[in-house]
Design a protein around this ligand. Sequence first.
Ligand SMILES: C[S@@+](CC[C@H](N)C(=O)[O-])C[C@H]1O[C@@H](n2cnc3c(N)ncnc32)[C@H](O)[C@@H]1O
Length: 208
Amino acid sequence: MMNRWLIYTRPDWPFNWFFNQYYENGTNPRYFTFQIVFNLLSQRKENPVIIETGSQWLEKGDGSSTTIFCEYISRYGGKLISIDINPNTIKTVKEWTSGYQADKEFIASDSVAYLEKYQGPVDLIYLDSFHYSMDDGPNLQERRLESQEHNLKEFKAIEKQLSPSTIILLDDNFLPGGGKPTLTKDYLEQKGYICLLDFHQSIWIKEI
Ligand SMILES: C[S@@+](CC[C@H](N)C(=O)[O-])C[C@H]1O[C@@H](n2cnc3c(N)ncnc32)[C@H](O)[C@@H]1O
């Protein structure tokens, strides 16, 4: 169902709630990809199930993904499952998002372990967990590889639950060394997925 308050079709483009809060004068590198994802999601699925790995760890700034997903769901319906290995992050993100009337479930677990056991549907999978190092300390390449391998393991763990219309959103793309989703993107390409926008986040889909 097309929602004109979410999707820009009018002469007052591009003013909507998401733009108003997250465009940040064009400086937010995640604005464009989140906006595309929400436009797609709202046209494809009523009450979507959104799963994210790596819950919001800062109250403001960085990705703010959990707050953004909760606001989407509070406006349009759906369910969020947010997974983080750190119980303190789970505790704080629960507090930060407590004001949203949204169906949300917070899971303190390793993401791969949880996704391997997950048996429900998923309409949007957002992978943003294992830290991708940007320091110049020792073993940088190995640490980055560990993050990239974890990202691919997450995707493979949830792959069995995806439908052809599931949207895949990968964070921390285009960083030095390729970023978090480098191996996952290679895998998606081999599997015939289509990339819709490769920016600071990368959006993939099986069927247009
Ligand atoms: C970059 S932050 C997530 C940021 C968040 N998506 C946002 O937009 O604000 C990464 C999170 O992943 C979590 N994490 C690290 N390794 C993990 C793992 N193996 N399983 C689940 N979560 C993990 C960390 O505890 C941290 O909170």
